[in-house]
Design a protein. Sequence first.
Lengths: 429, 430
Amino acid sequence: MSRTCPLLTVQPSRGLVDEKFVITVKHLPPKQEVTLYSLHECENGNFWEAFGHYVSDPQGAVSGTDDASVGGTYEGIEPMGLLWSMRPVPGSKPGLRLRKKNVQTPVVVQIFVYMGHLNQGFREQVALACSPVERWYMAPGVQRVDVTDPLVRGTLFLPPGPGPFPAILDMWGIGGGLVEYRSALLASHGFVSMTLEYHSVKKVKADIHLLHFEKAFRILQEHPLVASECVALLGLSYGCYISLYMAVHSEVAKPRCCVCINGSHVKSTKTAFAPALEFFKQNMSKMHIDKENCVIWKDILLPISSDLDTKLDVRKIKCPLLFVNGLDDQSLPAAESAEDMHMMMEKAGNSHLLTVLSYPETGHLIEPPYSPHCRASILFLDSSLYMMMLWGGQSKPHADAQEQSWRKILEFLQQHLYYGKDSAPLSRL
Amino acid sequence: MSRIRPLLTVQPCRGLVDEKFQISVKYLPPKQEVTLHSLLQSEDNNYWEAFGYYVSDAKGAVKVAEDASVGGTYEGIEAMGLLWSMRPEPGSKPGLRLRKENVESPVVVQISVYKGHLSQGFRKQVALACSTVERWYMAPGVQRVDVTDPEVRGTLFLPPGPGPFPAVLDIWGGSGGLVEYRSALLASHGFASMTLEYMPYEGRKSDVNMAYFEKAFGFLQEHFLVDSKSVALLGLSFGCNVCLSMAVYSEVVQPKCCVCISGTHLYPVKSSTLSVLKELEKQTHKIHVDEKNRTIMKGILLPVPTDPNLKTEVGKIKCPLLFIIGLDDENWPVAESMEDMQKMMEEAGNSHLLTALSYPGAGHLIEIPYTPHCRTSRYISPQHGKKMTLLWGGRTKPHADAQEHSWGEIIEFLQKHLYSGMDPEPLSRM
């Protein structure tokens, strides 16, 4: 008796990392228990997986978009669950974090269908069907350019087209190195975006100075494809501090708007900018270790004082500011900072510039949509000193926060960079 | 002071060639006249383009899927007009046909927005914005395999996964050569698909006969990833002669179902292909060349012969048959053939197996959705290298609609007949 395999389709089979896909399986037996399974081998050679338990309908079909998962790494109707609920396969090293280094190639995820409701041992089974899916940070036509200025190390991503485009200076947190994927994705949405390497574990003693960031800002402004009056700052974690510092103090770098994700205006070191190791040494006494041996940094900056010397004077901010925070952030007191900033700005009469988005049960690492939630991972402060950091958050609410906040961030950036103050488009043809 | 340009987005930016996309422009001034333009450079270095005229709304937006084009190479609300209405740039060589040879790379299309309603000189203007779109025949994971069996020449495309898959033997027409893109796309839809090279040409001494096609079918059936009971035949133009002949006359080939596009049941291929072509050559006096020097072939098979030896006995077909024709086909007498076939099958009592789809305004080359309509093209006959301009027929808009609709029907037909629902079985027997 002939028996063809079931038909598994994923559409689009090549998408941007923030695009939704639709997974369907057809030609299964009716009312059949199956497991939808995803597997990804990352650049470090670790394997990540997720799975959902489904039952086919009377026609033998399963729809990842319309049907509920009844078990696995996610439950309920979750079209993107096979991505955001991924975690390292059993037996992996602890403290892993999934980050794409080479953004010029896609993330390749294998989607499988297995008979029955399985929870383990997937790779020893023969699947009923499988299909690879590509997820891209770079849209076709986006260009990647190394920034080789002696003061500024980074990478520039340019959208296709004649421009001029609005631009974003994209800054990550401590211990980051050069992280390209968010800038690559921003360029895929029509922004010139430059990501900076200002913190390298190899150059821990290097001086960081406002000059570096002002130079980076100017490089962007003066780029032939950039509209010089439409440059924004975007920061995560310590990158927020840098963005706020520039918005408050810089005479040269005047951002059109600012996006801060899980940051604080509270000063954490004696000098304006300090390498990670310095930060750690100055604040060691205020760190906590939880019962799983994870380090919590949040209390370092608490309580927030009313003394203006201990924080950036956000009353001086003149541009719109979007502040995204996770209420379970264990690394920085982002929610408390948001509240304090709002209080300061209200007294000064510029709080209309501030928009705060707070997400419950969401941790520190708010990344592009559908990236796996990272609750704790190993952070290197220099090449030999590392610790297991607790970032916080619960998978499902954190995944929702990533999806919703990214959409709001893009809307905010488009609103302020493509439109003028009178809400008329800036394009003069 | 520099000014921001509008934002042009195409989603998905990487799609299969038969997937729809959404093009939108934002942050234009309101009520601004703009031209949306598409450009691609073919593998033989010709430029193809299409364009539509739009006016932005009060918010400065244009959405191609919702707004009507008021001029250009297409009009009305046409989400995919920038692809299917493409034609060679002015000044190109006449008689071009757009066909992808290397299916392992995408078709790359530049979409641009220009200020105003332009009809030419696009490449000399600076666009307001552009976006690059990739269109793929091969989905990720689809494998391309050269078929190096000494007796069968072709290319096999395999979907990703453990199989077993249903399969399609994909047979093109009189232009000959090895055409891969349709099989590549079928594999992207879950079918193991093999495209055959079979047309005799000058320099190839050996003829191709029914045994060749039977070997090809057997090769596919016996492939370890193929479910041997779920193999179909798909043919275009002369390829239909082959498919119908196999379905009726072969004692070894039993297709699960058959798809015929722009074909006839006349002149069966019972033994040798060359002998059929030679028979057709005897009728060349019936070929008509019009006042524009275009060759209209269809007279060659008309009137429908009464001699039963010149018709495939379609009354003996045992499998479901999907028969697709364009009513403006100038190359083969498809409408007349279809009528005769229906009569034969009704008399034989197997007409319930036939699904006939006829498309008014469509020509002979019913191809993949959103690929440009080809009404005429330069043609070199494979047998003697004779050059001519063939009139294939069809008008652009109805032909594009026919390509889109018929492809959907083909995929559905193949899935229905080739994908068996799985029996509910205990886990241990899987």
